[in-house]
Design a protein around this ligand. Structure first.
Ligand SMILES: [Zn+2]
Length: 416
């Protein structure tokens, strides 16, 4: 009996425990890694910093515009968001339609906002507007996807400071400053398209966005202006849809010294899914493709006459063929790895820039439904769950909170 109690029983116990844990481990490793990724996303706050709901769908076919339908023509609808556990998105609001009418800035942005508002009201069990980080949390708790408004347009404020507050009052919470506004925000340099620093309006605009609690996006500005904006802003600044220049050396992507500046201020770089900004090889092919398209256009114009409508259809067909070559999604993850290695996992997010034709994006990452595929790659590369959650949305939520905090300080200062 003693032999059983002191020797055989303990050996039996240890062996059965070993068997049980190896069984559990086997179950874990056997579970497809992408199922695990999906499980992580289902309990995380996932936010896309920049994607267009109106570009490819509304403008090409206004009658069929419907964000509550999982249609082939839309990449960023509410159904696709739900399918891949995306809880929040910034939709840029165009201001350029019906320009023939003399409308105020408010009236022109309002047209776009009304289109989205109609959809949010129609599908109020799927989505709701969010105007603050608290709204995102509230919507998340109610299983509603947060729709947030931003702008990415030609001189949105037209050099008038009070237009910034008007945009804020309409619901805009993120503004992309554009290169085409260099002379508005920057002091023009000697060379064409260059700047030497922020203009007085630029400084005032940044202060106003800090005061109101609008996120400043430097995606479409050139290096000197990007640096000046980051230095001047009291709140963190983001690049809402940019990749890294170290992995793909194009001026459209962010160089390491600016990555560091963004991170030092607490901001983030949201990587983007356009193949041209992911892969340098693909970008070179696009340049060749553009040449070929120009040649083809000339031939067609000679053959069919300059104003023939068939020309643009044929050129579009050619573009989809020439731009069609795939880019491996892993190359996008390389950009994220580079940001993580250079500044850390707290300073990276996602901004798909979906909304153009599908041949602009990798095959495996072609609409909102494919978001789980990114988390799957993270797991394969050994990223921890905690880090995946940060990249997929928590980092952007942190930036929003910080921007709101700075705005609160401004408001308190004014009260006292
Ligand atoms: Zn853009």
């Amino acid at each position: 009996m003693k032999l059983f109690l002191h020797v055989i029983f303990p050996i039996f116990l240890v062996l059965s425990l070993m068997f049980a844990t190896s069984f559990l481990n086997a179950e874990n490793t056997d579970k497809p890694i992408c199922d695990l990724a999906e499980e992580i996303l289902s309990k995380s706050i996932v936010i896309d910093a920049h994607s267009h709901p109106l570009q490819s769908t509304y403008f090409s076919n206004p009658e069929s515009f419907d964000l509550g339908i999982d249609s082939k023509s839309s990449q960023v609808d509410f159904i696709k968001m739900k399918a891949s556990h995306i809880n929040g998105v910034f939709y840029p609001m165009p201001i350029y339609f019906r320009t023939e009418e003399k409308l105020t800035l408010e009236q022109r942005i309002s047209q776009s906002i009304t289109l989205i508002e109609t959809q949010v009201k129609k599908y109020n069990t799927l989505a709701a507007f969010a105007f603050s980080s608290k709204d995102i949390q509230h919507n998340f708790d109610q299983d509603l996807r947060s729709i947030m408004l931003s702008t990415e347009n030609e001189n949105i404020f037209r050099g008038q400071i009070d237009n910034i507050e008007k945009s804020y009052n309409l619901g805009i919470r993120q503004v992309t400053i554009l290169n085409s506004n260099l002379d508005v925000y920057g002091i023009p340099g000697k060379e064409e398209g260059s700047v030497t620093g922020l203009s007085d309006f630029g400084k005032e605009a940044i202060r106003e966005m800090n005061r109101l609690g609008i996120i400043i996006d430097i995606t479409h500005t050139e290096d000197i202006l990007q640096k000046a904006i980051i230095q001047h802003s009291e709140a963190p600044v983001i690049a809402s849809h940019s990749n890294t220049r170290s992995v793909n050396a194009t001026s459209r992507n962010i160089p390491d010294d600016i990555l560091k500046m963004i991170a030092q201020k607490g901001g983030i770089i949201c990587v983007t899914f356009d193949k041209g900004w992911i892969s340098s090889e693909h970008l070179a092919k696009r340049a060749e493709a553009r040449k070929k398209m120009e040649e083809e256009r000339k031939i067609l114009e000679e053959k069919l006459g300059k104003d023939n409508k068939e020309i643009s259809t044929r050129i579009e067909e050619l573009r989809s063929k020439l731009y069609g070559e795939n880019v491996d999604i892993e190359l996008l993850i390389d950009h994220i790895d580079h940001i993580v290695k250079t500044v850390g996992v707290d300073y990276v997010g996602l901004g798909s820039d979906f909304g153009a034709a599908d041949y602009f994006y990798p095959e495996e990452l072609n609409n909102f439904k494919d978001y789980t595929r990114i988390a799957c790659s993270f797991l394969k590369r050994g990223y921890k769950e905690e880090d995946i959650r940060k990249i997929m949305g928590e980092n952007l939520l942190r930036v929003m909170k910080e921007v709101e905090k700075i705005s609160d300080i401004y408001k308190k200062k004014i009260k006292n």
